[in-house]
Design a protein around this ligand. Structure first.
Ligand code: GAP
Length: 472
């Protein structure tokens, strides 16, 4: 892992991907705003996920449920009782930390002997060396109040995970969409957690986005057919294996390097209260090595049974053919949009030796953001070789033909080498140069970001050319 996080943070700000939120007022910790290119990248991540999870399947449908939910949802889900982190406070400076993070950092120190048990009592405040309090549990849910008039206020929570909206709509969707088990419900949306420590850029935030899919199965076994006619599924552990493979392949197909990804199974004492089995996809980050990026969880019948119990609505499923009755089990796939976006940026950021530009404009190092074409914020840059009117006119005409299908960017400032560099740096797969010959032969030069090969393509054939090349 060559790039460090500081480089990515400053690159992301300089090139319009990610800005600290409320920056002119000094910023709000762990809140970030996605700029023009970051918003495109993040939307492309979400689009790619929805395409693979909903559009390209017959057995998963989409949902967009509310962020605000009443207290009882979180009582039923178990989050009010169990969704907490161990918090310690410095007795001198009163800064707060996660006890498990401090222990992890201590164990990662050079010279630390693995066999030595480490206790929070052995650790001092990382900010002022003061004494730390004993750990106490701190609930991560964010509470708010509904209603404007004093006395009529009602307690509500911003959802701590998007999947709860899926469980509450399980019956609505099963009935309105005539779904038969096994089937899934997928949604992308914001989640909120009052994290104690927030660091590492957009890795751990208080407001973030999740892409979650809940697959409802018969605990005694059930099958489905995949798009290519293969029989898939079986027992819960077979569905776990199936969904683990799907999720890992999604990251690999979008270009994440295999050596930077691995699986880790949760030990029984670290599993969330709802999980019978849990696996994380971890990425080898430059900020402390392997870190959780996504998860696949067997949640058993925890969620539907608890919501059935608290709402007094029957969640039993009856198999129409066999008459078998059961509360469905859930296999969950849970991915963070922001963490995935960070992972794609880290993995794609590449420094290469000077390769574009005239001798005097060459840099020692150039950045190429080798994003998968489907994720690249801008697909095609249109670069007129000169600012002379006929070239500007033709370039803008070409751009207006392409922009109904793809994100394009028009750039006429600086040398052509500089403009190529600017586009390489933000990951644009194709640069299209309009020159004086274009006025005569009605052709333009298309340059490939990765190979730097150039092809002369007729203007009338550009839409077909990019359709084939971009396939998105
Ligand atoms: N519904 C299950 C669930 O929420 P989780 O492991 O708590 O499981 C799932 O979260 C994913 O959500 C994580 O793998 C991560 O990608 C993302 N995530 C969780 N907390 C986050 C935070 N504070 N900031 C950014 N992403 C977060």
């Amino acid at each position: 892992m060559a790039v460090n996080l500081e480089k990515i943070v400053s690159f992301a700000k300089r090139r319009g991907f990610i800005f600290p939120s409320s920056e002119i007022y000094g910023g709000l910790s762990a809140s970030y705003d996605f700029g023009p290119l970051g918003m495109e990248l993040k939307n492309n991540v979400k689009k790619a996920w929805l395409k693979s999870m909903v559009q390209n399947r017959n057995d998963v449908v989409g949902l967009d449920s509310a962020i605000l939910m009443p207290r009882i949802v979180w009582e039923a889900s178990g989050h009010l009782q169990s969704f907490h982190d161990p918090l310690v406070e410095c007795k001198s400076c009163h800064h707060r930390f996660r006890a498990d993070h401090l222990l992890e950092a201590k164990q990662a120190e050079p010279g630390y002997i693995k066999e030595e048990p480490v206790s929070i009592k052995d650790i001092n405040c990382p900010d002022c060396e003061g004494e730390l309090s004993a750990p106490k549990n701190f609930n991560l849910l964010m509470k708010t109040e509904l209603g404007a008039v004093e006395g009529e206020k009602d307690e509500a929570y911003l959802r701590g995970e998007t999947c709860q909206g899926i469980y509450l709509n399980y019956l609505n969707i099963k009935e309105s969409m005539r779904q038969k088990i096994p089937f899934g419900i997928a949604q992308v949306g914001k989640a909120f957690r009052n994290e104690i420590t927030t660091k590492n850029f957009i890795f751990r935030m208080r407001e973030f986005e999740q892409m979650e899919q809940q697959y409802f199965i018969n605990p005694n076994g059930c099958y489905n057919l995949s798009f290519d006619g293969r029989k898939i599924g079986g027992k819960p552990e077979d569905w776990m294996n199936y969904w683990r493979e799907q999720r890992m392949n999604w990251y690999l197909n979008l270009g994440i390097k295999q050596e930077n990804l691995r699986w880790r199974q949760h030990a029984s004492d670290e599993r969330a209260h709802y999980a019978k089995d849990a696996w994380d996809i971890e990425y080898n980050t430059p900020f402390g090595g392997w870190k959780e990026m996504a998860g696949v969880h067997n949640r058993g019948d925890w969620d539907l049974s608890r919501h059935g119990e608290y709402s007094k609505v029957d969640m039993t499923y009856t198999d129409q053919e066999s008459g078998e009755k059961f509360v469905p089990w859930i296999i969950e796939t849970s991915d963070g949009v922001d963490r995935a976006t960070l992972m794609f940026l880290l993995d794609a950021y590449t420094e290469v030796e000077a390769r574009s530009g005239e001798e005097d404009a060459k840099h020692n190092v150039e950045v190429v953001l080798k994003l998968h074409k489907n994720l690249a914020p801008i697909k095609i840059a249109i670069l007129p070789l000169s600012k002379k009117e006929p070239l500007q006119k033709l370039s803008k005409e070409i751009q207006s033909r392409l922009w109904s299908k793809w994100m394009t960017q028009y750039d006429e400032t600086g040398s052509i080498g500089k403009r190529y560099r600017r586009q390489d740096e933000i990951g644009t797969p194709y640069c299209l140069t309009v020159d004086f010959d274009s006025l005569e032969d009605k052709k333009v030069t298309v340059r490939d970001r990765d190979t730097m090969e150039q092809e002369r393509i007729s203007i009338d054939g550009l839409e077909n050319y990019f359709q084939e090349k971009l396939n998105c």
